[in-house]
Design a protein around this ligand. Sequence first.
Ligand code: GLC
Length: 434
Amino acid sequence: METELLEQAKAVLAANDRGDWTVPADGLYPHQWLWDSCFIAIGLRYVDVARAQKELESLVRGQWANGMLPHIIFSKQNRSWERRHEEAWINPHAPNGVVTSGITQPPMLAEAVWLVGQKLESIERRSWYAHMLPHIVKYHQWLYNERCRDGLAFVIHPYESGRDSSPGLLAEMKRYAWPWWLKLGVKVKLDALARVFRRDTKSVPATQRISPADGIADWALMWRLHRRAYETQSILRRPKFLAVDAGFNAIFVRANERLEQIAASVGDKLPEDLQSSMDQTASALESLWSEAEGQYFSRSLISGELINMSSIAALLPLYTGKLTKERADQLVAMLKRRSQFKVNWPVPSVPHDSPSFDPIRYWQGPTWINTNWLIIDGLERSGFAEEASDLRRKTIELLGKSGCFEYFNPLTGDGLGAKDFSWTAALCIDLLKH
Ligand code: GLC
């Protein structure tokens, strides 16, 4: 079964290959996405390490002059209407020659660069790290200079978290970012009309995607950011959405560690101000812990409060590998609790007992392979070898049973969303080869 699965995963990546970069899924996602390409490179390194390097190099061609890494680099061939309203050419830092979005995604680049480098011989590895290091330094400096408060990064649109429609983020949107005309439209059920303009529901059933009203709210917020030319200072003047996401920051902590390792392996010293900011982030993550609920939440920077709605982001701090034994034990207990994350096909993106749990809707219940991969890695690093290998085995079984779908029903294991999804295929290769 494993050889067949491996071949199947390689075939998905080959079909989605666009030369130097890979689309997440043909048709549904025709551009290059930031964290997708990082996960793709992590799997591709076993198949063709030079191609994995190209995947990451093509990501940094979209880097802005101020260091920002955009969440999308738009394909020259595809001029969808979503693309037109997300293009960020109005910002003076945006690069020439490539068209990008004006927001970012979880900082997986340092991890991907590190892991790809581990597959190279020592001389090539050194030059690979030396080549990519300045891009990562500039990106992390941008995160600290423009996007940090009290040591943690904040996001300005739910898309930046990578978990676009996670319940806490949707609730926060509804609380502050829904325009008056959308509230009115929903009252008279006009939001359903959005279906006419949607492209995603032409490839995937609407029940598996974001609701029309939430989709319109995302779109309206993106327009607002666009009108402010994606300039942080201007956005911060009257923010409609500002959140410190637990998942984004868990990845940030790990990325900082990878950045230090990359710099050390080429004998470089990181700029002092960057190093001292980095030193704060791991301990700052603890400010997202809710003693009352016994879990990590994201924080709203508009209300200043923790957003008390549970999602898989609560488990991602494991991936830092830096939690105290007490915290790690608490997270593993959640993972094993039947009412929460223990389901037939773990790990659900929202715990089973949550009122927002929906087994088929995008980030509101389904199991995703990238979050499983992050949790497996975190379990291993936190001393839970047995739990890590159980989850790895179960994930491979799920992929063998259903194929490389975008996400999966955590109760039945059925594949959902896009059929041949690149990061699922890439991480499947990594899980099989590990
Ligand atoms: C969806 C996901 C996001 C991903 C993108 C492309 O928007 O929520 O995480 O990067 O699709 O696959």
